[in-house]
Design a binder for this molecule. Sequence first.
Ligand code: SF4
Length: 351
Amino acid sequence: MTNKEKNFPNFFQKYKLMRKIMVIRNNSDVPSDIKNQEEKSPHERFRDSKSLSVTDFSSLAWCELQQHYFFIAGGRKETLAMKIGSEIHNKLELQEHDIISIPTHTKEDIWGIKLYNLIFGIDSLFINLKTRELPIFGFVSGLFVFGIIDQIEMKPVFDDISRDELIISDTKTRTKQYIPKYVPPSVKFQLMLYKKLFDELVQGTFDEMKIFQTLDLNPDLEFSKELANIVNISYKEKEMKEFKPNLRNLMKVVINSFGKVWKSCNILEVNYKFQKDGSDLGSKYFDYDENQLDNYLEKTVKYWKGDRKPEGVPIEDAWKCQNCEFADNCEWRLNKIKEREQNKRALLEIT
Ligand code: SF4
């Protein structure tokens, strides 16, 4: 063990859940059995009215209806490409730190690990100028959103801290050995939402009690033994003598950690790796467009809240239907074909 490791006993370790807890719903949570699935909003139906992920928003950019069908089917099946992609992600993360599994017994333990890893990630950013798999969260129009940023890197500009660059980046794997011409909208929205959530945490504008209430978490419940030990070693001495290992105190450390970050992310990067051997293919950069993101979020929030139905692709994007596994039964597509036939007939009648 190096001196650095001795001084920071857990600094080189990150924690992941070893086993998932079984959440027992209390009776008041059980939706009225009369309310059928179709009447519920997608947020109630697919996410139990709790946490949404960043990709729950960004994945709607390709075709909302296709994503809706995937939600009904219980998610996408893991393809070989997805498996290889997540292996490459794991490899990249292990280059930065170890990952240790610890058991969890309550949902407070699960969120405790997420907060712990978030604090760990911000510390890494300051010490190593880079952090990977950084948990992030916030609210979008009252909906709680959680995500994991692939990487944030700090590039100091000599002698001028105000010009330091904070690069937020996402790694994508490709079967083709070259980078694409354009960054797809879903990837842009994914990264822009990460930046928005990160910047809001830096500004410290979030309401932690609202988070605990939304997720139905008891902020004062002490973590189970294994996690409590880790949290105590890390923070009891440093933060406060009467530090109790629970979500309320860990959240205070999160707020302190973000208080040390002095600027928002100013560069958005998509880094491409070749799927065959994980080699680097290069990166594409794009600007943060607040208006574009706000309009997109306003539209997708309406879907999640059930204020409107999911839409299929517009006619100019009909090529997307060619490889869609729901094409044969997609009502949107069948209606568009019917409309087109009717228009053709009407045209023939006129001429
Ligand atoms: Fe969307 Fe086309 Fe698939 Fe329908 S067939 S879900 S419109 S991509």
